[in-house]
Design a protein around this ligand. Sequence first.
Ligand code: FAD
Length: 397
Amino acid sequence: SRPRVAVVGGGYGGATAAKYVRLFSGHKVDVTLIEPQAALISCPMSNLVLGGSATMQQISTPISGLAGRHGVTLVQDTVRAIDTAGKTLTLAGGRQIRWDKLVVSPGVDLQLDRIEGLPAAQASGAVLQAWKAGPETVALRRQLEAMPDGGVYALAIPEQPYRCPPGPYERACQVAFYFRNAKPKSKVLVLDANPDVTSKGALFKKVWAEQYPGIIEYRPSYKALGVDVPNRRIRFDLQDDVRADVMNVLPPMRAGVIAVQSGLANQASNRWCGVDYLTFESTAAKDVHVVGDSILAASGMPKSAHMANNHAKVAAAAIVARLMGWEVPAAPMLTNTCYSFVDDKRVMHVASVHEYAPAEKTWRVVQGSGGLSPGPTELEGVYAWNWARNIWADAVA
Ligand code: FAD
């Protein structure tokens, strides 16, 4: 009978893996992808929706192309349980699916309960994250629109590692861009649990000083411990409370819930999933491959869409090779580029190339391979939109 691969999650990692298992196997492997959403709503570019220069429609791509063009069986549901020994999974709707190889790419779980008062504040809609693009992105934009001129927007950033290292700093630029045009007496307060800006630091600080003086204020080593909705305050471990009209509090993150529940998050106090880096096979369960944000990242490897897409291709090649009796590729490479919009048009990037180091069994950044923009330009803005359209097409078209 034909080999069966099941994929949990149709985001950047899962959708790419599903498509490339079909392509690499010449359609000889059956692939079933389980994803509750009908479209990939992109986190990359979603900060532009907050800034007012992109729409949700522009950042959403239906995943139906995976079925129509590539013969992936799409199941619109949520995986409730994975039996890694019995090689089955159970959907919320009750159905069971059997698999020979499994790919798990559920993204991150936002650990709301690590910040006092945050679970209730987020359930009521008072304090949002918008760290998974979708309805919360729209709701946070509405909060910014409703805020009076002269108000304060506070963005609390958790300690590393979290999804998308430059993402919060780009968001600060986007909100400041909106304020500068629409309500110039307002402020953006960046309250960072890390001791310094964790990505493109010097570039962001220069942009904040030159483009948004008096609007963006950056405070390092601010670790949020609680939120107080009635008094509109965020509480910190060392400093005084901070009052803000719009509180955008990002809690610490870990591997997606289903990865944690099925025992795949076996690293860093059960926070991230350990994998054999050559194949992305789980170190907790045979024939289960974990890709994307959920894995314990190798040194210098950010939690990004670009990386998830690259992990997925390496994992797909290894899975197909094993199912077909071919040799597993021995020297894969990964690339990464993260673009950040500092306003509606100007962009700067950070890039890297990663090679598999067989002796150390890990990924290593190739010396001198990447780099940083000297500063933001409109040409890079064109590149950034093309990057986004290309990766959406690569994943789901
Ligand atoms: P996701 O893309 O989140 O996909 C996970 C999918 O799994 C979701 O669709 C979810 O519905 C599904 N799922 C979860 N649990 C289950 C379950 N039990 N059953 C079935 N399905 C399930 N990266 C870049 O490379 N460049 C950028 O410019 C960039 N900008 C960003 C900006 C922001 C504001 C944010 C928040 C992130 C940004 N990122 C960027 C990071 C990028 O979004 C993530 O790294 C990427 O989405 C990770 O892919 P993934 O497959 O691990 O998770």
